[in-house]
Design a protein around this ligand. Sequence first.
Ligand code: ARG
Length: 272
Amino acid sequence: MKNILKRLVVAGLTAVMVLSLAACGSSSSGSSSKKSSAKSAVAAIKKSGTLTMCTNAEFAPFEYKDGNDIKGIDVEISQAVADDLGVKLKISDIAFDSLIPSLQAGKADMAAAGMTVTEDRKKNVDFSDTYFDASQAIIVPKDSAIKTRTDLNDKIVGVQTGTTGDTYCTNQDGSSDIKVKEVRRYNKGMDAVADLISGRIEAVVIDNYPAQKLVDQNSDKITLLSDSLTSESYAIACPKGSDLTDEINKVLKDLKDSGELQKIMDKYISVD
Ligand code: ARG
């Protein structure tokens, strides 16, 4: 009898151990977000004294080079996050299609780059709340026969590599109703516009505000169609599970509530 009791107790204890091990397993492997937020990104940023933001400064008015400085709406928002954390802002200017890999490799804390929230990107990064609505616009030479979005069918179109304009024109997600003849990819919207002006391509597809800036600089040669291709919203991307996302949301809310975000937008969107 004593023996049976002992065996029962041992079996019971083993069951408890197995169950608790299983529970541990599922909580650490089940959610990668929990795993990395256990190491607080915010705490690490405060400790190092630097918030590293990556961007692609070829996208006025959101980010652009002014001499040695990088300026724009995303820079001001990022600076507000750095100020709120009481740290310095460091900007890493890289190719647009390197931004998400850079976050995944832990080389930057956040990407602020007029980045559109997409389902595909959400698999690899976390997005903050959105702060701007945009669309893909179409730029053509002034004398172009392209007058509407469907005129893009069978045309040679320039896009910025890895952007939603690229996804749309190459129909990577199957959501496009336009079938262009060829998509040429550029690292800078400005280079696409140079090829448009010299006649190597027939249209450029890029976000509406940057498109407007590019047209303003060359208004004697190119124009913006009133048709657009998509509706999108911009947000700031962080590595999956980073607790910086909540901090950014707090700062975005403060900027929105105080009217400061609108002031930043007005400053960059009305001034050339
Ligand atoms: N909104 C578009 C996208 O997310 C284009 C963004 C390009 N941004 C830049 N800084 N070059 O794909």
